[in-house]
Write a new protein. Structure first.
Length: 230
């Protein structure tokens, strides 16, 4: 019997201590009303960068531009399901026409939740979740948009949503990249294919892995107590 108990304890410790190389990412499309035209995080206590007014003390490095409204041949403001119109507040676009179409955001702490109002999602829009210098998760627009797209739709709900990501591994930074222009996939185009987003948010919330681990721990403690009363 003691051997069985040790095996169960070992299984629980394995779940608790294991650190897989890549996180599992889940997401949903819940949102709160940001200001009538933009979508924001529905999670209480989330830290949000609205790209205007008082902003969090995060560090942005790389290439990104804050725009308001559509900018011809450069960026399209995220569309909102709130009023069926474009976001009329400042938003972040990655990139303007530059050789390094990305921006890294260092949050100054570890989190497991990321939210953003993601506009005109494209397959060449990518988010990498970073822990120090290590990539612990990657997501692209074609994994997230609803239905079949179409890719980059600028005024439809399929590709303009507030997306909430929950990671099983903590991250302290993200790298946002827009791969483009691509003359092979998109011949005759020369404008940058921007990654547009608003109301970037982070938080620490219960993750599926933590809930599973907690359940295992509670079950193990209960089983041991029952064994002692027999």
């Amino acid at each position: 019997m003691k051997k069985l108990i040790m095996i169960l304890v070992g299984v629980a410790l394995t779940f608790a201590l294991a650190s897989p190389a890549m996180a599992s990412l889940t997401w949903n499309y819940d949102y709160a009303d940001g200001d009538g035209t933009s979508l924001t995080s529905p999670y209480p206590g989330a830290i949000v960068d609205t790209f205007s007014g008082t902003r969090p003390g995060w560090t942005y490095t790389g290439n990104a531009v804050i725009y308001t409204g559509d900018v011809p041949n450069k960026a399209s403001a995220p569309w909102s399901v709130l009023d069926g119109a474009k976001d009329n507040t400042p938003y972040l676009a990655v990139p303007e026409l530059t050789p390094n179409p990305y921006v890294r955001v260092d949050f100054g702490g570890s989190y497991n939740y990321l939210g953003l109002h993601w506009g005109s999602m494209d397959a060449y829009n990518q988010i990498e979740f970073l822990s120090g210098a290590s990539v612990v998760g990657t997501i692209t627009g074609d994994q997230v948009w609803i239905g079949s797209g179409p890719a980059g739709g600028q005024a439809i709900p399929n590709t303009n949503q507030y997306v909430n990501f929950i990671s099983t591994l903590a991250f302290d930074a993200i790298k946002i990249t827009s791969f483009g222009p691509d003359p092979i996939r998109y011949p005759g185009t020369s404008a940058p294919y921007a990654f547009e987003l608003d109301n970037l948010a982070v938080a620490i919330i219960p993750a599926p892995g933590a809930i599973l681990l907690g359940g295992i721990g509670v079950a193990l403690v209960g089983w041991l107590k029952r064994r002692r009363t027999l």
